[in-house]
Design a protein around this ligand. Structure first.
Ligand code: F6P
Length: 340
């Protein structure tokens, strides 16, 4: 078989282990693999790179994606879908493995309905993709965020300050909740629950009163204010960010103003998305890659690979993109036990 592979959307640690596993499994099972550069853009433009054993040698520990990525969506481009179909013919593809998040897999799902043989591999550091227990990249991001929180703790304690750490998570607070629990945050704020500024400051003041003169507040970038706290000049953007700036900066200023405690803000940003994947993400990516080739071999098109408990299974792409997977409130309640 001739199998095409592409990586779309934001990059994340673990993509290269997936690509490597696809190529190795395909080689063992006597298939040919062809890589498309920069997500859907590569297949639209016929921009390819051969994926043989040499091409994937040494890439396991590398962050990012050797194929490059983009946020190009063929359905939003003139003749985009037509060009994808032409590339299928031109490169004699029997199947395509699309590795990506909500948007990339949404395109994959639509293309299957147009008759193309596509399978998906879910990816996002945010861990908010439905129908899989975890996505690779998430564990690496959480470990980076945890290390940053540990570092913020020591300087917060020395200076008797409040440190606000803004972590990634546009629509869901998985990174904030996991890193908050792992790093011992005193407050964790997530997009799923509008921020209550009074309550947050109350927690910090109480903590101060019992002699803890420093605190760590972890906030997901997509967390938004409680409606009653939004003033006229501060409408929220489509991601629920305070338009005047990031939510972390806004929160830092408000906390300092309302509590009188000196506050500093660190926005971790793309640091969480770069660098080498953790062992967990390397193993998960490898298992996903192997399973993706199996789905192709079994002609289970329209499916994506998924982690269900400890097993890797195939599930309909449809389920992966039907809704976002938001934070489990039982987990958030555990983070809350340590507030203050
Ligand atoms: O979806 C993954 C993610 O890292 C989000 O957490 C973040 O909001 C977004 O991508 C950032 O995207 P970009 O790399 O385009 O700035």
């Amino acid at each position: 078989m001739r199998i095409g592979v592409l990586t779309g959307g934001g990059d994340c640690p673990g993509l290269n282990p997936v690509i490597r596993a696809i190529v190795r499994k395909a080689y063992n099972d006597k298939h040919e693999v062809i890589g498309f550069k920069n997500g859907w853009k590569g297949i639209i433009e016929g921009d390819t790179v051969p994926l043989d054993l040499n091409a994937v040698s040494g890439i396991l520990p590398k962050g990012g994606t050797i194929l490059g990525t983009s946020r190009t969506n063929p359905y939003k481009k003139d003749k985009g879908v037509e060009n994808v179909k032409e590339s299928f013919k031109k490169f004699k593809l029997d199947a395509l493995v699309a590795i990506g998040g909500e948007d990339t897999l949404g395109v994959a799902n639509k293309l299957v309905k147009e008759g193309l043989n596509v399978v998906g591999v879910p990816k996002t550091i945010d861990n908010d993709l439905n129908a899989t227990d975890y996505t690779f990249g998430f564990d690496t991001a959480v470990n980076i965020a945890m290390e940053c929180i540990d570092r913020l703790h020591t300087t917060a304690e020395s200076h008797h300050r409040i440190m606000v750490a803004e972590v990634m998570g546009r629509h869901a607070g998985w990174i904030a909740t996991h890193a908050g629990i792992a790093g011992g945050a005193d407050v964790v704020l997530i997009p799923e629950i509008p921020i209550d500024l009074d309550k947050t400051c109350e927690i910090l003041k109480k903590r101060h009163q019992r002699g803890r003169t420093f605190s760590i507040v972890v906030v997901a970038e997509g967390a938004r204010l409680k409606e009653s706290d939004v003033t006229k000049d501060q409408s929220l953007d489509e991601f629920g960010h305070v338009k005047l700036g990031g939510i972390g900066d806004y929160l830092g200023k408000e906390i300092e103003k309302r509590t009188g405690f000196e506050t500093r803000v660190s926005v971790l940003g793309h640091i969480q998305r770069g660098g080498s994947p953790t062992a967990f993400d390397r193993v998960l990516g490898t298992r996903f890659g192997i399973k993706a080739v199996e789905l192709v071999e079994n002609k289970q098109f329209g499916q994506m690979v998924s982690l269900a408990g400890t097993k890797i299974i195939g599930v309909p792409l449809e389920r992966g993109v039907e809704k976002l997977k938001t934070v489990d409130m039982e987990l958030y309640d555990i983070a809350k036990e340590f507030f203050g």
